[in-house]
Design a protein around this ligand. Structure first.
Ligand code: FES
Length: 115
């Protein structure tokens, strides 16, 4: 085993999928990570290597500037680029109380800015 491999851990992300809150479902993904990796890192890895259909929005990627990665992580509103991956199961849901677009992407524009 290489030193890098010995530091790799596995997180299980239970991710809400769908475009209708009443008809969605959870899909589980196992993702390898190292200490310090964010939930957004895990979601991007899932998109790149396992399921490109997973919808997730981000822009600044781990700079905590754009706020576009807001979502519920284990029931708490957090920025996915700040929340850290941990071993075990982490539930990931779209933001509540705003229009759902698909999967983890919601319409976060102010009501007066929506078309
Ligand atoms: S990706 Fe910009 S704040 Fe998280």
């Amino acid at each position: 085993m290489t030193p890098a491999a010995s530091r790799t851990k596995t997180a299980r992300l239970k991710v809400w999928r769908g475009s209708d809150r009443a008809a969605g479902r959870y899909q589980q993904y196992d993702v390898a990570f190292e200490d310090g990796d964010s939930v957004l890192d895990g979601l991007v890895r899932i998109r790149a290597h396992e399921d490109p259909s997973l919808a997730v929005r981000f822009s600044c990627f781990n700079a905590n500037v754009c706020k576009e990665c807001s979502m519920l992580i284990d029931g708490e509103v957090e920025y996915a680029c700040i929340a850290k991956l941990t071993e075990g199961v982490t539930r990931v849901d779209p933001l509540p109380k705003v229009p759902l677009l698909r999967d983890l992407v919601t319409d976060t524009l102010a009501k007066k800015e929506r078309l």
